[in-house]
Ligand binder design. Structure first.
Ligand code: PLP
Length: 233
């Protein structure tokens, strides 16, 4: 992280990125965690290549997108120009987009039902690349929200392993926006420990330091780096 901060502070476009990284470092120190255990997923949804370019030039390589189609339009060209980009899908996945997602993303964070696990497994068989996979958990049990219900997590994990032959590395959550995030982060960390999963994707612009204190290994930060997006994104 230190090198990234050095690269970013000289440039007004990337000063917010530097500030986020500095705050991540401090949160790691405050909770006696190693900086190398927490990765920043820079959420670039809704922003074009012109906005993403300076962030790449500063050295940031891990990015998150929530729509397969939008990512397919932006990232192949950027990948031609920058090496070692790691792209995370953080939005809901439909079965008819599974092949595109497997071809494009290094990490799919939003596995949440058997049907999508099967579609991903079939796409892996066809395409030959294997993204790393996290399960999204609906910790707030919100009816309209994606993610597996906490009570169904064990069953879905077993299905992924035994039936779909998929290796699940971690859990992801998006807490309800009108609730305190910390109980959701603590709950997700407890579920990950219970099922022996290493990776925890939690925390966004408003609460990433809290998430780091509660065990996040990936924080997903958009607006604190790029500024506010349009509505409904
Ligand atoms: C948009 C989004 C983020 C980033 O949110 P910010 O508040 O802009 O940091 C993180 N995670 C998911 C799943 C998102 O859709």
């Amino acid at each position: 992280m230190a090198l990234l901060v050095q690269n970013t502070q000289r440039n007004h476009e990337t000063a917010p990125l530097a500030a986020v990284i500095t705050r991540m470092s401090r949160a790691c120190r405050d909770s006696a965690r190693s900086e190398s255990d927490v990765e920043l997923v820079c959420v670039s949804k809704g922003h074009g290549s012109d906005a993403i370019f300076p962030i790449l030039e500063a050295g940031q390589r891990v990015f998150g997108e929530n729509r397969v189609q939008e990512a397919a339009e932006k990232w192949p060209a950027l990948r031609d120009q920058f090496r070692a980009i790691e792209l995370h899908l953080i939005g809901p996945l439909q079965t008819n987009k599974a092949a595109d997602a497997v071809a494009l993303f290094d990490v799919i964070q939003t596995v949440d039902r058997p049907k999508i696990a099967i579609a991903i497994a079939e796409a892996i068989g066809k395409i030959g690349t294997t993204p790393r996979l996290f399960i999204q958990v609906n910790t707030g049990r919100e009816i309209q929200k994606a993610g597996v219900a906490p009570s169904d997590l064990g069953g879905l994990l077993e299905f992924c392993r035994a039936d779909a032959k998929l290796n699940i590395e971690g859990l992801m959550c998006i807490p309800p926006c009108d609730e305190l995030a910390s109980p959701h982060f603590a709950y997700l960390a407890r579920l990950a420990a219970e099922f022996d999963l290493r990776q925890l994707s939690m925390g966004m612009s408003e609460d990433f330091e809290l998430a780091i204190q509660l065990g996040a290994t990936y924080v997903r930060v958009g607006s604190a780096i790029f500024g506010k997006r349009g509505r409904n994104r």
